[in-house]
Design a protein around this ligand. Structure first.
Ligand code: 13P
Length: 248
């Protein structure tokens, strides 16, 4: 079964609402490709204008964060029903910046994955190791442990709809990319982990992205690997280069 490629931009904390609309206009013709799922994961305040700007195009809207309750006294947070109502389909969960800067742990990340599925949002679940863990040679065990925790009580049918992004922290925003072989090694290991936790069909269905300084120059080689089904792109998602990655 051929998996459909998914190229997602993670805009992070960039673009005001008016800048976001301008970027959508700039990218509009460049990201046309009906064979690929194209997603813009944008800051919360940009969701409504971006959803409006991409209406009628092949671009899907994603969010970068949410909280696990539907409503209530959670100052500063936004909920899954709010995202759904605004037109969001995908949600990034467990990004290393949320884990490291905002202290999100695997217990909360697992709750978010379950809540996203229960709410009809498709999670893009991030995992990945620090440079220290890679140098220590324990990165595979680390990532496996993240997957096991983050998918606790998540069903096989849900995992078939899941996107997992392998993002080595040492390659995020550094200009240093994992080689295509390094990226494939881990993405393959993630798929094998899904096969062990679930079954062969589920492992075959789950889509796995690489993220970490993916750009117009290296995308084609990374995406040619059998277990890399797409990319989660930071810096290059804010530029016309994103169109080249979509069409790599
Ligand atoms: P860069 O593409 O800027 O390295 O960011 C990767 C990333 O963190 C995507 O979520």
């Amino acid at each position: 079964m051929a998996r459909r490629r998914i190229i997602a931009g993670n805009w992070k904390m960039n673009k005001t609402p008016s800048e976001a609309v301008a970027l959508c206009a700039e990218l509009k013709d460049l990201v046309k490709n009906d064979a690929v799922d194209v997603v813009y994961c944008v800051p919360a305040i940009d969701i409504v204008p971006v959803a409006e700007a991409v209406k009628g195009t092949n671009v899907h809207v994603g969010a970068e964060n949410f909280y696990i309750e539907d409503k209530g006294a959670f100052t500063g947070e936004i909920s899954a029903p709010m995202l759904k109502d605004a037109g969001v389909e995908f949600i990034i969960i467990g990004h290393s910046e949320r884990r490291d800067i905002f202290g999100e742990n695997d217990i909360l990340i697992n709750q978010k994955v379950k809540k996203a599925f229960a709410s009809g949002l498709k999670p893009i679940l991030c995992c990945g190791e620090s440079l220290a863990l890679r140098k220590a040679g324990v990165y595979q065990e680390w990532i496996k442990r993240q997957i096991v925790w983050d998918l606790s009580d998540v069903t096989a049918d849900q995992v078939k709809e899941l996107v997992i992004a392998y993002e080595p922290i040492w390659a995020i925003g550094t200009g240093e990319t994992a080689t295509a072989d390094q990226a494939e090694e881990v993405c393959k290991m993630i798929r094998e982990t899904i096969a062990e936790l679930y079954d062969a069909d589920t492992a075959e269905a789950v889509r796995i992205q690489y993220g970490g300084s993916m750009n117009a120059g290296n995308a084609a080689e990374l995406l040619s690997k059998p277990d890399i089904d797409g990319g989660l792109i930071g810096g290059a998602s804010l530029k016309p280069d994103f169109g080249q990655i979509v069409n790599a």
